[in-house]
Design a protein around this ligand. Structure first.
Ligand SMILES: [Zn+2]
Length: 395
């Protein structure tokens, strides 16, 4: 049973901010900034939060464009966090719709905080840079989790754009590993007996991983590329560099595939006499599982306004929200912000993210998140159920 009287207040307050949120989102869309360089977006978002009574700390987690905005009621109650992404892709701009993502989080945080006098608790909006894996040190949410920003949070809400609304999307755990083999360079037709072929080690490593594919679970996905395979065909290469993208449905299963990779590297090094280094280009991101109890409240709200949705599906993508879903109940939903056929990271998605349909979706996301968060505040049974599910599935 949704808290009807609050829904009206929240949606009315959001509608009164539609123009301001849309203008901010459009400006961010027109000025796309890649991960860790989102200076304009971070400034605009924190200014709006400050103007609405939030205490803002910038540059948290040793990231210049990260921020934490907090508004406390002074009355005891749950801590609700809305998470914002605002990075764009190189060249193609806001083709993942993060200009909508961040403004829906800020909008939801502001309107929920206006009910705090009555409802108590604390509202946070956390600005997490560099979600896209196109810059070094991407995945800021993993750092926020490590630094304890969610340790005292009761529930987290976050909304991504899509061609259709999907309430609970399960995503995989993933990581990227760089491997270097070091051998001994020597003329390939001369004293080759004394060479140590690093490219052979690299090829063996890939073949070892292929040899063990039969024992992979269906959800284990391994893809490799050779980024350095030598310079001259008449010299035995002393350097070889590979990159492996590894995914699995859960963090536990991912660990198993990474052990296979380590063994494959060691075996290749042993056979060829090469030395090796293994380095995570990106620390593993955990799998994402949205909280079903919170998802059911969102479904009830969407039903009440006649908005279509898919309750649950799964994809082979990874998202740094996954790490948050292991700390507290998290609603990580996708909201319709464009035509059904749009695919993220394409020009079509970028156009949708700057269109009326996109801004309407942003408003729907802000309404949906704030309504579910409000229900969480006023409904102790929901809090209990959400945590019960969390304890049973994510611990
Ligand atoms: Zn995205």
């Amino acid at each position: 049973m949704l808290a009807e009287k609050y829904i009206e207040t929240l949606t009315k307050e959001l509608e009164s901010r539609r123009d301001a949120l849309t203008a901010m989102s459009r400006t961010i869309w027109e000025n796309p900034e890649i991960g860790h360089q989102e200076y304009t977006a971070s400034k605009l978002l924190t200014e709006m939060l400050e103007d609405n009574g939030f205490t803002v700390e910038k540059g948290v987690c040793e990231m210049e464009t990260a921020f934490s905005a907090v508004k406390k009621s002074g009355k005891p109650g749950p801590v609700i966090a809305f998470v914002a992404e605002y990075d764009a892709l190189p060249q193609i701009g806001h083709a993942c719709g993060h200009n909508l993502f961040c403004c829906s989080a800020v909008g939801a945080g502001i309107v929920l905080s206006q009910l705090q006098e009555e409802l108590g608790g604390e509202v946070r909006v956390l600005g997490t840079p560099a979600e896209e894996g196109t810059v070094p040190n991407y995945g800021a949410k993993v750092v926020f989790v490590e630094k304890g920003y969610f340790d005292d949070v009761d529930a987290v809400f976050t909304a991504h754009g899509e061609g259709e609304t999907v309430i609970e999307r399960s995503l995989v755990a993933a990581t990227m590993i760089k491997i270097k083999f070091k051998g001994v360079a020597i003329h390939a037709g001369g004293d080759q007996v004394h060479g140590k072929n690093a490219l052979t080690a690299g090829m063996l490593c890939i073949n070892n991983m292929n040899a063990i594919r039969q024992q992979n679970r269906p959800c284990d996905v391994v893809n490799s590329i050779v980024t350095d395979g030598g310079l001259a065909a008449n010299t035995i290469p002393d350097n070889c560099e590979l990159q492996f993208s590894v995914r699995s449905d859960t963090s536990e299963h991912l660990k198993r595939v990474l052990t296979n990779l380590e063994h494959s590297v060691q075996a290749a090094a042993l056979v060829t006499g090469c030395e090796y280094e293994m380095e995570a280009v990106k620390n593993p991101m955990r799998d994402t599982k949205s909280n079903h109890q919170l998802g059911m409240v969102l479904a009830e709200y969407l039903d009440s306004i006649g908005a279509p949705y898919v309750q649950a599906d799964s994809r082979n993508f990874a998202w740094d929200v996954g790490d948050i879903t292991y700390v507290c109940p998290t609603l990580g939903s996708y909201f319709k912000m464009g035509p059904e056929e749009i695919i993220c990271h394409t020009p079509g998605f970028r156009e949708a993210a700057g269109s009326q349909l996109g801004f309407d979706g942003m408003m729907l996301a802000a309404k949906g998140m704030s309504v579910v968060a409000c229900e969480y505040l006023v409904n102790p049974e929901l809090r209990e159920q959400a945590w019960k599910e969390f304890e049973a599935t994510r611990k």
